[in-house]
Design a protein around this ligand. Structure first.
Ligand code: MG
Length: 257
């Protein structure tokens, strides 16, 4: 067993890279166990802000991988870090799941109706009234923060409208674009990752299925990048604008078994 691409730190996207729905993709479990056996550092980076860290740990456990909480980095964490650093003590009005709101409260961020900032997360329970209230706050000039830019989230029964699409709706109705987007490929996510690793950027490999989030995140930070063809991107949609270092059929090809 040897590595097809050597690095010290491996950053993996989840949806479309490690699993699709509840199914691991190919031999990704054998690949992750091989990286563990070689003492490589492995992190999972997801823009999906609808679930808590514990829910990701449970999901990975269900498919057969034991991750610890330090290995899970989500756009929710990046958003919390950003709000605490840039808007300390300010209140927020979240459009998010109860899991998202729980994480805000756990981190001491107060939630109110007449808030200083609108936080747009992947709210799979979104109601018209919440959108309306967010629009009213944006019209009053409150800070506009989105957890991530993804337009859709793939699922086993079809694509789900994601935060990028909800952002487009609020931009159309309020004339406002987000003041900050926190997940991949933007800097709040990078601040989180770089705070946890102590190797030079060229020893880091970012592995993901999406060019405008995963691969751009890697290139923005000087990491090497591996695009996998098991999710959004196909060879036909590859272009010259965002160029991965490597293209792999699937993430399990990182290891030669
Ligand atoms: Mg993905």
């Amino acid at each position: 067993m040897r590595l097809a691409i050597d690095a010290d730190v491996f950053l993996f996207d989840l949806d479309g890279t490690i699993y699709l729905g509840d199914k691991p993709i190919g031999r990704v479990l054998d690949m992750l166990h091989a990286l563990d056996a070689l003492d490589k550092k492995v992190f999972f980076l997801t823009n999906n802000s609808s679930k808590t860290t514990d829910e990701y740990i449970s999901k990975l456990k269900r498919i057969g991988y034991n991750a610890n909480s330090n290995q899970i980095i989500t756009s929710t964490h990046a958003t919390i870090l950003y709000v605490k650093n840039v808007l300390p003590g300010k209140s927020v009005y979240p459009l998010g799941t109860s899991a998202f709101c729980e994480e805000l409260i756990k981190n001491g961020i107060s939630i109110t109706e007449d808030a200083d900032a609108v936080l747009l997360a992947f709210d799979t329970d979104l109601s018209y009234n919440k959108l309306w209230h967010a629009n009213v706050l944006l019209d009053k000039g409150r800070v506009f923060i989105a957890t991530h830019p993804d337009l859709i989230c793939p699922s086993d029964i079809g694509n789900m409208p994601d935060v990028g699409s909800l952002t487009a709706l609020l931009t159309a109705s309020s004339g406002r674009s987000p003041d900050m987007v926190c997940g991949k490929p933007y800097s709040p996510m990078a601040d989180l990752v770089n705070g946890q690793i102590n190797v030079t950027a060229d020893r880091v490999l970012m592995v993901g299925d999406r060019l405008y989030t995963d691969i751009l995140f890697g290139t923005n930070n000087g990491y090497r990048t591996a695009l996998v063809l098991t999710g959004e991107t196909t060879l036909d949609t590859l272009d010259d604008k965002i160029k991965p270092t490597y293209v792999l059929q699937s993430a399990d090809m990182l290891v030669e078994f």
